[in-house]
Design a binder for this molecule. Structure first.
Ligand code: V55
Ligand code: FE
Length: 501
């Protein structure tokens, strides 16, 4: 349903781009709000050399970062590959040397590095800024620092040697009250290890705290949630093992017999208080938010009852089920005074949504009201004659947790939306007062469009047209010129000879 689920040999709209772009003064329709001064950073995957295997995951595609720099109503676009060792080794060899998803046993022997799997990373998942630095992230390696103006890769960052885990997830959380970044690595000591190391990093980028714990079983620990008291981690049916990797499989298989665990760990302790609450099989790739309610912990997430990703096969050989892959918004309640390690799960709404749900990040770990995500609204038109596909994500929505009200924005009849982001109008604006921003693939005109939407009225304010189709995105974030040192005029000086008269 999202562009990025296109497979290892993408074609048509998704065929590899293989270029880096600089577009100054993009074409804009409508009016860009003047209070927007910052950049919208997108990270995704793009095959420079397509996969050698037929069963690979699109999550193995080379990392690619792009930005829409917006100020004074003007938009400049830029995109660059994330230059990892893997990317550079492939360029030097002029071919794909690496094998299946996060499985070094299937790579060319010259680049296997079984003991250092992070050397085979593709940094294709998410951007994050912290301590004035911009990073691109992939959960099997350290963050890669990126120059926020040129988008050139500066290299991996280990926080002055104090970040000891080998891995850093793509979903750190920034606590809006302390400004600390909470981040973690799973498989922290090597391939298929059950080590989960959790870090608290100060607003200026210093490691303040490390907690080392074990997970009940090694699983795709893609995202977490935070409250003011606790770190919270879901563990669910994706399984792996060295034997699976030696057999040439992708890093994850789906085992429907595995229970879901939620690990709840005090932010103040040393990890020895970790409790693992157990529930039925489910899948929680992404979360929305969490908060403390007295002795209860409330967690909201888009949850499915089975495997959302067709390219990670079932370990029992059973076929992929689109029905079990549907995500609905659910609220989980954990009673921290109870001695039973179970939890309550309630579906807040039966609507099938894209699991890339976001909120106003100023309310991370706190009680909050609005959820933003996207969906396929089948009551809206889709022009199959021009766009040639029929299942698309054509609508952003705002879901009000207090009143259950839905508000929707429809992007167009040949468009497929990528993840939405929320931008507050100002640092002190009330929750939800601001804009939504995100890109859409225009399948008819073969180009990418950026939309800016009023987050309260859910009406479009501006649309920016790129003259080409841009690489699929996984995650994106907006950062203002106060959060990153963004220069005003990213156009490089011309150094050739110019005749003026
Ligand atoms: C996800 C994405 C990844 C990955 C593992 O969306 C999980 C979930 C883009 O790469 O490697
Ligand atoms: Fe993610």
């Amino acid at each position: 349903m999202v562009d990025f689920t296109q497979g290892p040999a993408p074609a048509g709209y998704f065929s590899p781009l293989r270029f880096e772009a600089d577009i100054y003064d993009c074409e804009v329709e409508g009016s860009i709000p003047r209070d927007l001064n910052g950049a919208f950073f997108r990270v995704g995957g793009e095959w420079f050399y397509p996969s050698n295997t037929t069963d690979d995951s699109p999550f193995s595609a080379d990392g690619y970062i792009s930005s829409f720099r917006i100020h004074n109503g003007i938009v400049d676009f830029k995109s660059r590959w994330v230059k990892t060792p893997r990317f550079l080794n492939n360029l030097a060899a002029r071919k794909q040397l690496y094998g299946n998803y996060r499985n070094p046993f299937t790579s060319d022997t010259s680049v296997q590095n079984i003991d250092k799997p992070y050397l085979g990373t593709v940094i294709n998942t998410a951007p994050i800024a912290h301590g004035g630095k911009l990073f691109a992230l992939k959960e099997d390696a350290h963050p890669y620092e990126i120059d926020p103006n040129t988008l050139e890769t500066l290299g991996p960052w280990d926080f002055d040697g104090r970040f000891k885990a080998q891995t850093f997830s793509a979903h750190p959380k920034v606590d809006p009250l302390s400004g600390d970044m909470i981040c973690y690595g799973y498989e922290a000591t090597g391939l298929c290890t059950d080590d989960l190391w959790i870090y608290t990093i100060s607003p200026n980028g210093r490691v303040k705290k490390e907690i080392r714990i074990k997970v009940p079983y090694v699983s795709l620990l893609h995202d977490m949630v935070l409250t003011q008291k606790y770190f919270i981690f879901p563990v669910y049916g994706y399984v792996t093992s060295i034997e699976m990797l030696r057999a040439g499989k992708l890093h994850w298989g789906w085992d429907k017999t595995m229970p879901t665990y939620w690990g709840i760990i005090s932010r103040e302790g040393d990890g020895s208080d970790a409790r693992w609450f157990q529930g039925p099989a489910s899948c929680v790739i992404h979360t929305i938010n969490a908060f403390d309610d007295g002795d209860k912990v409330i967690v909201d997430a888009p949850i499915s009852d089975g495997n959302p990703f067709p390219f990670f096969p079932s370990v029992d050989g059973s076929p992929w089920s689109p029905q079990l892959a549907r995500h609905t918004i659910r609220r989980l309640t954990f009673d921290m005074t109870s001695t039973r390690d179970t939890y309550e799960e309630k579906m807040l709404d039966p609507t099938d949504i894209v699991d890339l749900a976001r909120m106003d990040d100023r309310f991370i770990s706190l009680p909050y009201r609005y959820v933003y995500s996207s969906m396929s609204d089948t009551t809206q038109p889709f022009d199959t004659a021009r766009a040639g596909q029929n299942r698309v994500v054509n609508t952003y929505f705002r879901y009000d947790l207090q009143t259950a009200e839905w508000r929707k924005y429809f992007v167009g009849d040949v468009h497929n939306l990528q993840e939405v982001s929320f931008i507050p109008r100002s640092e002190t604006a009330p929750e939800g007062d601001g804009h939504l921003i995100g890109t859409a693939s225009n399948y008819a005109d073969m180009r990418t469009e950026l939309v800016i939407v009023d987050a309260t009225e859910m009406t479009e304010l501006a649309r920016v047209y790129l003259p080409f189709r841009m690489t699929p995105q996984v995650h994106a974030r907006w950062y203002s010129n106060k959060e990153l040192p963004l220069i005003e005029a990213p156009m490089p000086a011309y150094t050739g000879r110019v005749q003026n008269s």
